[in-house]
Design a protein around this ligand. Structure first.
Ligand code: DX5
Ligand code: ZN
Length: 225
């Protein structure tokens, strides 16, 4: 069976001087979801933007806004990002002391909740909260920067998570983030990923529509083989 794979361009690699134009361009180019990387300079070495930028972009697009919080103590900002227009919010397991409480808060705000796992974090971090999650974000690079190389053993991690989800019998989706390009998209989809985040593979190409099409084609080809 061919599952529908969602392509989520990450604006981390967009031109920040023309963000609204970039967002509208990827929407027109066929993106399914817009991935927004929030970094605080503590959880990750880089700093990006906060809820004000999400709120400013919200009226510019009808895409699902997927806010990936790479920040310490994300609980402090959940309400702000919900109010700014996030549809999905993911927090890092490594940044949350009471992960289940944080997830419950995201859902109480009416948003879809995801947990992100760094490459070195075991799947057991989400095992006992799976029934309360909408998605798990598997990092296939160390978070902080775009344009890094996909870590190959993450494909097996996705396969195992996929098995864990099937055994639990819950409708949790797997999102993959980092180093996704046509060469890696097929492998992660075959392993069970359904949401592909891609920064440089979309924004470093002049033609966003072809970039998204290439990712989609790679994802679908691999599924059929
Ligand atoms: C990395 C971010 C990613 C980043 C991916 O910390 O979470 O979303 O934009 O960039 P690429 O697709 O270039 O690896
Ligand atoms: Zn991300």
């Amino acid at each position: 069976m061919v599952r529908k794979v969602l392509i989520a361009p990450s604006i981390l690699s967009a031109n920040f001087a023309h963000l609204s134009r970039e967002v509208r361009a990827v929407e027109l180019a066929g993106a399914d979801v817009l991935h927004l990387d929030v970094m605080d300079g503590h959880f990750v070495p880089n700093i990006t933007f906060g809820p004000a930028v999400v709120a400013a972009l919200r009226p510019q697009s009808r895409l699902v806004f997927d806010v990936h919080l790479m920040i310490e103590e994300p609980d402090r900002y959940l309400e702000d990002f919900a109010r700014a227009g996030a549809d999905w919010i993911s927090v890092h397991a490594e940044a949350c002391r009471h992960l289940h409480r944080t997830i419950t808060r995201i859902k109480d705000l009416g948003k879809k909740a995801g947990v992100a796992l760094n490459p070195a974090t075991p799947l057991s971090a989400v095992e006992w909260i799976l029934p309360d999650l909408d998605f798990v974000l598997i990092m296939s690079v160390n978070p902080g920067f775009g344009g890094q190389k996909f870590i190959p053993q993450i494909t097996e991690k996705i396969r195992r998570l996929s098995r864990m989800i099937a055994e639990a019998g819950v409708p949790v989706k797997i999102q993959v983030d980092g180093g996704i390009a046509p060469e890696t998209a097929g492998k992660v989809v075959a392993a069970g990923a359904e949401i592909l985040v891609a920064g440089s593979a979309v924004f470093d190409r002049g033609d966003y529509a072809s970039a998204i099409q290439d990712l989609r084609r790679a994802a679908e080809t691999q599924q059929e083989s």
